[in-house]
Design a protein around this ligand. Structure first.
Ligand SMILES: Nc1ncnc2c1ncn2[C@@H]1O[C@H](COP(=O)(O)OP(=O)(O)OP(=O)(O)O)[C@@H](O)[C@H]1O
Ligand SMILES: [Mg+2]
Length: 348
């Protein structure tokens, strides 16, 4: 760095202000090799100005840290994940998680399960598929009512494939960065390209619903257009998932860009029963009136059923019991239905 060398000789012994700033900047950008290079530069300068001990310690420290980060990489799989936490400009655009959720944790229709399995198979064998000039399914649009497992599916994709889950809240992105959403979106797609992971665009409606409406001018339209363009150009190894509640509002142009559209629905009686069994697994359910419970669950989402089960389980714990009383579950479900109906009434 010419700049560092040109400062007064008095400062040569220690890191210059410029070097300290460069160190912090390279750390924030996750640029490890630049970070090490600057540290070595500081060491070299210290050695030149007679601070041999400090120079030596600094070099040793850099070697140690480098060796340690190398040793960790293979354990993480063939491709290390440089974006363990979003850094630099990505902070605030993405949140990251490492979910443990599995497909077996979900109560799904056969159709949905086999389609989701299929995506996993293609991902696991993606090298073979690519060798033949084909591409594995990796852009999925999840459509369905609230609480039916869309977000959970994104988590299970990541959990099954051992990938980080990056969530992007589109509505937040648009309101927060009004005027520069498209350039923020580019940053996200750069990350999709550089760091393999599951990228989940929740609240997709934020883009779709406005197209063609009277708010059509300006920002939202530009954002949707750049999203479509980025999505089309994206040939990375990441999975890109979008989720929405309102299929009717979405644009045809959007559908075309996805490899598959997966439809989620309220649970059938059979699926409702499976959600309940899974949720009350630790309790004795032999006394449960299943017919009444299933009837009470009608019209409730997976999420609402899960919440009613949690309430039931808590009741049992507070009763110092390990069994669910026959009417208890149905009652909790009815209660949920009451809440659900009130909300729907208010929304209508
Ligand atoms: N198919 C399912 N099987 C088992 N549990 C489920 C399923 N779907 C939802 N749940 C339960 O409900 C919770 C909420 O579901 P999730 O967040 O996936 O819903 P969503 O479809 O993303 O809803 P929203 O449209 O409101 O975002 C999950 O964490 C899980 O406990
Ligand atoms: Mg969700």
């Amino acid at each position: 760095m010419a700049r560092a060398h040109s400062v007064g000789y008095k400062e040569h012994s220690m890191a210059t202000a410029e070097q300290v700033k460069a160190l912090i900047r390279s750390h924030a950008e996750g640029d490890d090799s630049r970070f090490y290079a600057i540290a070595m530069q500081v060491a070299a300068q210290a050695a030149r100005s007679g601070h041999g001990k400090f120079a030596h310690e600094l070099r040793d420290l850099v070697d140690q840290v480098k060796a340690r980060s190398k040793a960790i990489e293979p354990a993480r799989g063939p491709k290390p994940v440089p974006l363990a936490q979003p850094r630099g400009e990505l902070v605030g655009l993405l949140t990251v998680g490492y979910p443990k959720t599995r497909l077996v944790d979900m109560a799904l229709t056969e159709t949905l399960r086999s389609r989701l399995e299929r995506v996993l198979t293609e991902q696991r064998q993606r090298d073979r598929i690519r060798e033949h000039g084909l591409s594995p399914m990796r852009k999925l649009l999840l459509v369905g009512p609230p609480g039916t497992g869309k977000t959970m599916t994104a988590a299970a994709r990541a959990g099954e494939l051992g990938l980080p889950l990056f969530s992007i809240q589109l509505d937040g992105l648009i309101t927060k960065y009004m005027g520069e959403t498209a350039s923020k979106l580019r940053l996200v797609f750069d990350a999709i390209q550089s760091t393999r992971g599951v990228y989940f665009f929740d609240e997709f409606d934020a883009l779709g619903s406005e197209r063609g409406s009277r708010n059509d001018v300006g920002e939202i339209r530009r954002v949707l257009n750049s999203f479509l363009q980025f999505l089309e150009q994206d040939e990375s190894d990441s999975l890109v998932l979008g989720a929405t509640n309102h299929v009717g509002l979405l644009d045809r142009a959007l559908f075309r860009r996805f490899d598959a559209v997966l439809e989620y629905a309220l649970p059938t009686a059979e699926i409702a029963k499976r959600v309940i069994r899974a949720r009350l697994g630790m309790l004795d359910t032999s006394a449960v009136d299943w017919a009444a419970a299933v009837k009470a669950a009608e019209g409730l989402s997976h999420a609402e059923i899960a919440m009613a089960c949690e309430q039931t389980a808590k009741n049992a714990i507070l009763d110092h019991s390990t069994a669910v009383r026959d009417s208890e579950l149905a009652l909790a479900l009815e209660e949920r239905r009451g809440v659900s109906a009130t909300i729907e009434g208010a929304a209508a």
